[in-house]
Design a protein around this ligand. Structure first.
Ligand SMILES: Nc1ncnc2c1ncn2[C@@H]1O[C@H](COP(=O)(O)OP(=O)(O)OP(=O)(O)O)[C@@H](O)[C@H]1O
Ligand SMILES: [Mg+2]
Length: 473
């Protein structure tokens, strides 16, 4: 049996009309259900859950408009097509306001019904896709996707969550790669504007000559090439959120124009004479200290205060403690997913853990992600070792020792442990080759082996998949 194209509820008190419509619907492969009164229509609607309702207005026990209200209250996505003998204006307006999709006049021309139905179902399908896409975006960008359990990041997340409900401007400040983009989207999708657009604009990426017309749009004839009017990005963000990334790069005269927009909630297209209303929430971001820049007159102080109604400082990665390891684990999982079936990574070697916790991560999460991605491609063992870390990371630590800057921790440290630390580093750096590792430490192979095998020393298999004693050549 062929699948039907959907259940359709016919509501009309005239039996002959119901029969004609039902027959036509069946021949088009729909599945009709019939109701003759308000009471019956309401009951069958709940029982049968049709995707479309053909609805007469004059019914013996009431008005089809009441049925329409009830349907829209229960499942607003149902397509309702009104079928009516005399199209009078008040009823038409009431029905359209009530959410009817369309009208068909009696006597019903079947071809018209068929087209109207097809359109209605298409719209329903589109709506379904749009809301699925929206749900996906909401999931993709919600706060739980911001990884971290350190007090610093939790504080930032908590504040961001709190302010997303409000409508005030937000200034995100943080070094490059700390997650400003991520926060901006999470705030938008947690706000009441989540259904509206999210428009991101990078003030540094647009040439100064273009940015004004990009932001504000232009009227036809505003300049030689303006053959017709164009909407600007602000306008595209209407009823949603605009993310002004790297706002510090905006020219001073544009800063003044932007301030006016934010103060008055209106804007004017380039070459335009009218102020147009604007309803957007602004999230701005900068990776330098805008307050200081405004003191140095590189940024307008008034705009700073207007944007920084709420200022959210995203902490640098090096202030997030063990989040480095959480994030590393997250990116390792991701690379593992990408190469399903192939060799899977199990984590970081102890040595790498120590380096990661100590490194200053100038590029923050982005840098960490790149380091993991690179190492996981090159690494042959189960753990990421120092061998494939960029030299920035490994050099820093060793240099510190070589320069004599190795600072004694407040509680001291057993000298043996220092020795062991360096022995492990050398061993890992040389991929488990004892001879080469020993050469790095200016000791013999046996001396190194002795150090690594001391009780409580180092479980070699948990680092590079090799044991020191296996390497006997
Ligand atoms: N806490 C986090 N959890 C998961 N991923 C993160 C986190 N922070 C940042 N990222 C990821 O790191 C990368 C860089 O983040 P993002 O682009 O948001 O940084 P940014 O602060 O906007 O940097 P820039 O100033 O260079 O534009 C992105 O891939 C982002 O998904
Ligand atoms: Mg960014």
């Amino acid at each position: 049996m062929q699948m039907t194209r959907g259940k359709i509820l016919i509501v009309d008190d005239e039996r002959f009309i119901r029969m004609t419509l039902a027959e036509a619907l069946r021949s088009w492969n729909y599945d009709p259900v019939e109701a003759a009164s308000v009471e019956e229509a309401t009951r069958l609607f709940s029982e049968e859950e049709p995707s479309v309702v053909l609805l007469d207005i004059d019914l013996p026990d009431g008005s089809g408009l009441d049925v329409l209200d009830e349907i829209k209250r229960q499942t607003p996505e149902t397509i309702v097509i009104m079928i009516t003998g005399n199209v009078d204006v008040p009823n038409t307006i009431a029905a359209l306001r009530g959410g009817a999709h369309d009208f068909i006049e009696k006597p019903v021309r079947l071809e018209e019904l068929r087209v109207t139905l097809r359109n209605g179902l298409e719209i329903k399908q589109l709506r379904r896709e749009v809301s699925a896409a929206r749900r996906e975006r909401v999931n993709q960008f919600n706060f739980s996707k911001i990884i971290g359990e350190s007090p610093a990041i939790l504080r930032a997340k908590k504040l961001a969550q709190k302010v997303s409900a409000s409508d005030s401007s937000i200034l995100l400040q943080g070094e490059t790669g700390t997650g400003k983009d991520l926060f901006a989207r999470a705030i938008h999708y947690a706000s009441e504007r989540a259904d509206g657009p999210y428009v991101a604009i990078n003030c540094a990426a647009l040439p100064a000559t273009l940015i004004e017309s990009e932001l504000f749009g232009y009227e036809k004839g505003a300049f030689t090439d303006a053959k017709q009017k164009k909407e600007g990005l602000l306008e595209q963000a209407q009823h949603g959120t605009i993310f002004l990334d790297e706002i510090g790069e905006l020219e001073l005269n544009l800063q003044a124009k932007l301030l006016r927009v934010l103060e008055e909630n209106t804007f004017r297209r380039v070459g335009g004479l009218k102020d147009l209303p604007l309803d957007v929430r602004v999230i701005a971001a900068s990776n330098h200290d805008l307050k200081r820049e405004s003191e140095e007159e590189k940024f307008r102080l008034d705009l700073y205060y207007r944007l920084a109604v709420i200022r959210l400082d995203i902490p640098p990665l090096k202030e997030r403690g063990d989040d480095v390891l959480l994030l590393a684990g997250h990116y390792i999982e991701k690379t593992n997913e990408k190469r399903r079936g192939a060799k899977q990574l199990r984590g970081l070697s102890k040595e790498v853990v120590a380096i990661f916790k100590d490194y200053d991560w100038a590029g923050n999460v982005r840098e960490l992600r790149n380091v993991i991605e690179r190492a996981s491609i090159l690494e042959d063992g189960e753990f990421i070792t120092t061998e494939f870390l960029p030299s920035d990371l490994t050099a820093g630590k060793l240099q510190r020792v070589a320069n004599g800057n190795f600072t004694l921790p407040p509680d001291g440290i057993p000298l043996e442990e220092v020795e062991l630390l360096l022995a492990r580093q050398a061993f890992e750096r040389k991929g488990g080759n004892l001879t080469q590792a020993a050469r790095l430490l200016h000791i013999s192979r046996d001396q190194l082996r002795y150090r690594l095998k001391k009780p409580g020393a180092y479980k070699m298999e948990s680092a590079s998949g090799q044991r020191a004693e296996d390497e006997s050549k």
